[in-house]
Design a protein around this ligand. Structure first.
Ligand code: TRP
Ligand code: SF4
Length: 339
């Protein structure tokens, strides 16, 4: 029985469990803020949430250059808190600090057929795309096995992820099914949660991504934001200011929808369609609104940068809570196998 994401068991309302992770491979950008983080922030109101920094997973692709992982872990945690993840509501921790993940990963690696990993579309796609990296490792092939351990060690019901991660959730379900069949019914089958998020693209109109060098970072100072906004692609068919524009297909306007008040937005929309406002001016308005809108985020970032101990305590508490559950599940799994 489902009640606002809660199931009623023996009369008590038990919240369903949500888990997700992010790899610390770079600074967070606006795409992350309005995508995953906004979604996580909502989910924490309704579910028992576990959010972790997947530092082992960062190593699978960056093992040749791990120098920045540590710094990205910290930046990521700061951005999570600045974005409104609340340690009173969600358990926030670092994957490598709960070593039970890796032990369950080893156990799962024993039962996962190689063919399942070799045919994984995300694996094939990444090997094709990231040609500058050596991905011919055992660890990279086993990436989804570690992810399955991340998810199943908390017996998560739901896993909020992007579409690119769906094959990994399917593999997680297959590994859980195989374990349950071989030994004992230990793991529930998790389900992916796909969020509806606003379509915000990078400066060049492609998906906002660190690897495309088209992102506005949450750590960018105001002048950098101004510069980047001024470089944004607009309605391609609008070559001159005298050409009427199409705000509905303009990425700049998608940002206005979030950062500009409704009256100004309606005015811009009308003026753009009537060729009464130029893109340069439109972008200037956006840049200032973006800077104002990000103000609270920047303040919170600065706060945690100046209060490292507080950050450390939050994460330590998260690690403590996560470890309790992880230990219990690992014991149960080992008992089921008889080891
Ligand atoms: N693979 C995920 C990504 O690249 C990160 C991740 C690792 C994850 N472990 C997870 C996501 C467990 C959800 C659940 O985005
Ligand atoms: Fe886009 Fe603004 Fe230019 Fe219209 S005026 S095309 S909304 S940038």
């Amino acid at each position: 029985m489902l009640l606002n994401g809660k199931s009623l068991i023996r009369g008590e309302a038990l919240k369903k469990r949500v888990l997700s992770g992010m790899r610390p491979t770079g600074k967070l950008h606006l795409g992350n803020l309005h995508g995953a983080l906004a979604n996580w922030k909502k989910l924490q109101e309704q579910y028992e949430c576990y959010f972790f920094v997947a530092d082992w997973h960062a190593l699978t692709s960056d093992y040749q250059n791990p120098a920045h992982i540590q710094e990205y872990v910290k930046e990521m945690l700061i951005d999570w808190l600045a974005a409104g993840l609340d340690p009173q509501k969600a358990t926030i921790f670092i994957q490598s600090k709960v070593p039970e993940h890796t032990e369950l990963h080893l156990l799962f690696s024993m039962i996962t057929p190689l063919a399942w990993l070799e045919r994984n579309p995300t694996y094939k796609e990444q090997k094709r795309q990231l040609i500058e990296k050596d991905l011919n490792t055992y660890g990279f092939l086993g990436y989804p096995v570690l992810q399955a351990a991340d998810i199943l060690i908390y017996k998560a019901h739901y896993v909020p992820v992007g579409i690119d991660q769906l094959p990994h959730i399917e593999l997680t379900r297959e590994i859980a099914r195989r374990f349950n069949y071989l030994y004992k019914e230990v793991f529930p089958l998790p389900e992916p949660l796909l969020a509806k998020v606003p379509k915000l693209l990078g400066l060049d109109g492609r998906k906002m991504s660190k690897s495309y060098h088209n992102a506005i970072y949450l750590s960018d100072p105001p002048d950098e934001v101004r510069k980047k906004v001024s470089q944004m692609f607009t309605d391609k068919s609008r070559l001159r200011k005298t050409d009427p524009g199409h705000p509905d297909i303009c990425n700049v306007f998608s940002f206005h929808k979030i950062y500009t008040n409704p009256d100004t937005m309606a005015q811009i929309e009308a003026d753009c369609k009537a060729a009464k406002i130029g893109c340069v001016e439109c972008k200037k308005i956006l840049a200032e609104n973006l800077i104002a809108g990000l103000g609270p985020h920047w303040e919170k970032r600065a706060y945690y940068q100046g209060h490292e101990n507080e950050l450390q305590e939050i994460v330590n508490e998260g690690i403590r809570k996560a470890t309790q559950i992880a230990k219990a599940t690992l014991e149960e799994a080992k008992r089921a196998v008889g080891i």
